[in-house]
Design a protein around this ligand. Structure first.
Ligand SMILES: Nc1nc2c(ncn2[C@@H]2O[C@H](COP(=O)(O)OP(=O)(O)OP(=O)(O)O)[C@@H](O)[C@H]2O)c(=O)[nH]1
Length: 243
């Protein structure tokens, strides 16, 4: 699997946030904006099929100047716009960077998608994959390129674990095994220590990126799948999904 070497580490680092529907991607981006917005020059791109709902939610949260939060309406399943044809996202990032020349970090949210959606390394420098405990304790074991190889795996909403009968610490340990020791954070927005672990990781990754020591890694393509309109996407990995 090819790793992409940095061509221009002086531009903003692009950090993708992917994961199934409702696992807390927008909330995590809101947290990062709140925690890092005073020390970093930030921007956000959201992806939705037909709406700008995630962007509107983040603007309403008041975590960042509204103009720094831009929405891409993908018109198709969002995984297409973050992996197969990144043009709309790449253009949105470039527009943000040209409007805010000092920008240091752009957070790109994939629209909620299935377990195997990943960002192209041509679009992002690093990526976070978000699962939540409400999706079930065995979801990590189901695997997929995002779980196995994203730069960071988040097991989110750990505050809900007792209510859904899931052992969040076991999920985290299984994540570490599935990822060969690559980082996993068990996160809750109500747990300041876990939020601190996440912001520390972002700042460490940004420092490595700036120093030219970070490589964008391709977690691998998503599964072959078909869309409601009959189009089919074939990729080289196993498994399938429907929308
Ligand atoms: N209990 C709890 N709920 C959370 C946490 N983080 C997010 N949520 C809730 O989870 C729900 C989904 O969060 P979002 O951030 O909208 O999730 P998303 O992954 O962006 O959703 P889509 O964009 O629709 O895929 C919301 O009701 C959030 O308030 C958390 O740490 N704990």
């Amino acid at each position: 699997m090819p790793d992409i070497m940095l061509e221009n580490p002086s531009r903003a680092m692009r950090l993708g946030v992917a994961g199934p529907v409702g696992t807390g991607k927008s909330s995590l981006i809101g947290l990062l904006c709140r925690e890092l917005g005073t020390q970093l020059d930030l921007g956000v791109i959201t992806n939705d099929i037909y709406t700008d709902e995630d962007a509107r939610m983040l603007r309403a949260a008041g975590v960042l100047d509204a103009d720094r939060i831009r929405a891409v309406e993908t018109g198709a399943c969002p995984h297409t716009a973050i992996r197969d044809d990144i043009t709309a996202n790449a253009t949105a990032v470039e527009d943000l960077e040209s409007d805010y020349p000092g920008m240091e970090l752009v957070l790109i949210e994939s629209g909620g998608d299935n377990l195997t959606a990943t960002f192209s390394p041509a679009l992002v420098d690093a990526q976070i994959f978000v699962l939540d405990v409400a999706g079930g304790g065995d979801v990590v074991r189901k695997g997929g390129p995002g779980i196995a190889r994203a730069d960071m795996l988040i097991v989110n909403k750990t505050d809900l674990a007792p209510f859904v009968g899931v052992d969040a610490h076991l999920m985290r340990r299984e994540g570490e095994v599935a990822r060969d020791g690559q980082p996993v954070i068990a996160l809750s927005r109500n747990d300041p220590a876990s939020v601190q672990s996440l912001t520390d990781w972002v700042l460490t990754t940004l420092a490595a990126y700036r120093a030219g020591d970070h490589q964008a890694i391709d977690p691998g393509p998503m599964a072959p799948h078909s869309h409601a309109d009959g189009t089919t996407h074939e990729h080289a990995s196993a498994g399938a999904h429907s929308h």
